[in-house]
Structures are given as C-alpha cells and as structure tokens.
Ligand binder design. Structure first.
Ligand code: NAD
Length: 351
C-alpha cells in the first residue's frame, strides 16, 4: 500500500439542539468580537435563534445560488463596512459558498452551520458565477475553521429537498471512489458515508420531523464531503458542473438524476469500487443499492424534468469530454457521453 493523503484542519461540533452553545464556544475560542452572520431570508429565523448570544455586528441575507460575483462583492463590502472579524454562515451550500467568497478576498475565518446535506462546509473549494460561467477553485483560506452540525436545524428542510440534497452527498461518496486523488482513506470515508446516508435518508423521507434519520444523514453528508474534498472531482462532478453552468439547473437535483448513469457507466470498469459500494448499500450490486435508495426517496429521474433542453445534449457532451478526468475507469468518448446524457435526459434505464 502506498499513498499520500492530506487531512484538513477543522473542528467539528455534532450535537442536536446545541448549535447556540457550540457557536458561543467556537467564537470565544477564535477570540472574535465582531460577527457577521450570513443566512438567506428562508433561514433567518433559525439564524436569529442560534446566534442571539453572539456579538453580531451585521446580518447579511443577500444569498443567491452559485454565488454571482456581484452578490459576493456586496457581501465583501458589508464585511468591511461593519469591520467584521468572523463570518458565521447558516444555511445550505449557497450560503456557505457566499461566506467562502468573502473569506477568499478578506481572509476572515468562517464558522459554518449547515442546514442541508451539500457538504461545502468541509471542503476548501469555492465557486463564483459570472453570467452563465461558473469558476471554481481551491484555497485553504475558504475552509471553515469549524463546523457546527445540529440536526434539529434540518427538520424544516422539506422531504423532496432532503432527498435531492442527500443524493448529492451520496454522489460525493460514489465519485470519490474513482476521482483523481482517490486513496484508501477517502475510500473508507466514502463507504461509511454511503452506509450512513442509505440508512438515514429513507428515515428522513418517512418521518421528516424525527431526529435519528436527520442525524445519520448529516453525519453521512459530512463524511461524503471529506471524501470528496480529498479525492477531487470525478466524472460525475464534471458532468454536473457542466450541466449546472450551461443550463442553470438546480444543483442537488442534477446530482440526484445523473448519479445512476455514471455508476452504470463506470461500475463494470471499476470492480473494486462496485464491490465496496455494494457492501455499503447492503445489496448484491451497487446499482441495485442505488436504485433501491432512489425508489425509497422518490428521487427526481430525468434531466428534462429539471429544465434541460434536448438541443443542449450535444454541446454538453463535448464540454464533458473536454473536462473529464484522464484516468476515468471507462473511456470517456463523445458517443458514450452523448448516450449517457440522452438517457439521463429521458430518465430511461441506465445502461
Ligand atoms: P441551497 O443552499 O441553494 O439551498 C436550497 C434551498 O433550501 C434554498 O431555498 C434554501 O433556502 C433552502 N434551505 C436550506 N436549508 C433549509 C432548511 N433547514 N429548512 C428549509 N429550507 C432550507 O442548496 P444546496 O444544495 O445546499 O447547495 C447548492 C450550492 O452549494 C451550489 O451552488 C453548489 O455548487 C454548492 N456546493 C459547493 C460545494 C463545495 O465544496 N464548494 C459542495 C457542494 C455544493
């Protein structure tokens, strides 16, 4: 066995119902005195509840998916105007993403309180959009210093959004198994992530108001993000990045639709990944495990239902082939990717 693995420095608090206490402890340990809270309008009430004991100098609710550059600029200006010395982000990946955009240029530390299963809080990856072009990059400055996981804050996330967001997390795990920097550590994290998510997500959809499923799902989402941060983007993430940028599709639902097609495409050429996933799903094959989970979650099935135009398949396929990792288990050819995208667009059986 021979590998090089980076472990990222970050404290993780995990305790349902204790976000306020964990945040107070974290802000004190950072020695911060001027908190800028970033939370979208939908998460305002949650944010006010968990930050009422903090020295807040500004509450910023101007959050937009995929972090348009002008939205990032406004948040940076607000951080400077209020002389903030720490950012507390409370929300999904879009909110964490905005805090990262501020940290990127100001160096301010972030304490992230996630309320979806997107996992951005555990990665040093930032993203900004200008028009229809999304740029991403990696910078240790944007990695939150601490994460506060409180599953009670996810109880309000509707079942359908929870399912899509949870499948986004499953996709982090699956893609990590063949991504460019896959190693034994991130493969182990990914397998445990799949186990936790396939246990927790059906419980969430069945009983959205109960904590045990939410806790399993949030724990699995964290592991999935660690695996993804360490292994990098595999074919699945490259496809979703292209589709999201070209057609402005909803992030989590796009991942949820595309994953079974990439698993079918790569699985037979990656027998070790297939075996590990089957074991984590607790089913005879990985494809069966994912199909069963998707059925239980009533997952979105077709790219056309998300608003992708059929006329976009050819240009998207070309962009995917150009962006795909060179060492993907199955050869990434234009006919193969065109076929994959057409099948995913129709929502037909994965081949
Ligand atoms: P999101 O943050 O846009 O949230 C989706 C919706 O859920 C929003 O309307 C939000 O208000 C609502 N919501 C969030 N928490 C809620 C709660 N507890 N109760 C009720 N409603 C709630 O979506 P997302 O899928 O979490 O994040 C997507 C974004 O994150 C994309 O821009 C994606 O590129 C980015 N992302 C980045 C990374 C990374 O490593 N940098 C990883 C994953 C995702």
């Amino acid at each position: 066995m021979r590998f090089v693995h980076d472990t990222l420095p970050q404290r993780v608090h995990f305790a349902s119902g204790e976000a306020a206490e964990s945040l107070t402890a974290e802000i004190a340990s950072l020695g911060a005195r001027r908190v800028m809270v970033i939370a979208g309008a939908g998460e305002r009430e949650i944010a006010e509840r968990v930050t009422s004991g903090l020295p807040v100098v500004h509450r910023h609710d101007d959050v937009v998916m995929h972090v348009p550059v002008e939205v990032a600029e406004r948040a940076r200006t607000a951080a400077a105007a209020h002389d903030a010395d720490v950012l507390v982000s409370i929300g999904g990946g879009s909110t964490t993403g905005l805090a990262k955009a501020v940290a990127l240029t100001t160096g301010l530390p972030i304490v992230a309180v996630p309320t979806t299963y997107a996992g951005s809080e555990a990665t040093p990856v930032w993203g900004l959009t200008e028009g229809s072009a999304k740029t991403t990059g990696t910078d240790r400055k944007v990695l939150p210093r601490a994460i506060v996981y409180d599953a009670s804050l996810t109880l309000s996330l509707p079942a359908a959004l929870s399912a899509a967001s949870g499948l986004n997390a499953v996709a982090h795990c699956v893609d990590s198994l063949w991504a460019p920097r896959a190693d034994p550590i991130n493969r182990a994290l990914a397998a445990e992530g799949v186990r936790a998510l396939r246990t927790g997500l059906p419980m969430v959809v069945k009983e959205p108001d109960a904590l045990p499923g939410r806790e399993q799902a949030l724990y699995g989402a964290y592991l999935s993000a660690l695996a993804f941060a360490s292994a990098g983007s595999g074919l699945h993430h490259k496809i979703c990045h292209v589709l999201g940028g070209m057609f402005n599709l909803p992030h989590a639902a796009t991942h949820a639709v595309v994953l079974p097609y990439v698993l079918a495409f790569n699985g037979t050429a990656a027998p070790e990944a297939e075996e590990r996933l089957a074991e984590a799903f607790g089913t005879p094959s990985a494809r069966e495990g994912l199909a069963r989970l998707r059925d239980q979650l009533d997952a979105p099935r077709a790219l056309r239902d998300l608003g992708m135009p059929s006329g976009g398949i050819a240009s998207a396929a070309e962009a995917v082939v150009a962006a795909a990792p060179a060492d993907n288990p199955s050869p990434v050819t234009l006919p193969a990717i065109t076929d994959l995208l057409r099948t995913a667009w129709e929502g037909a059986e994965p081949r």
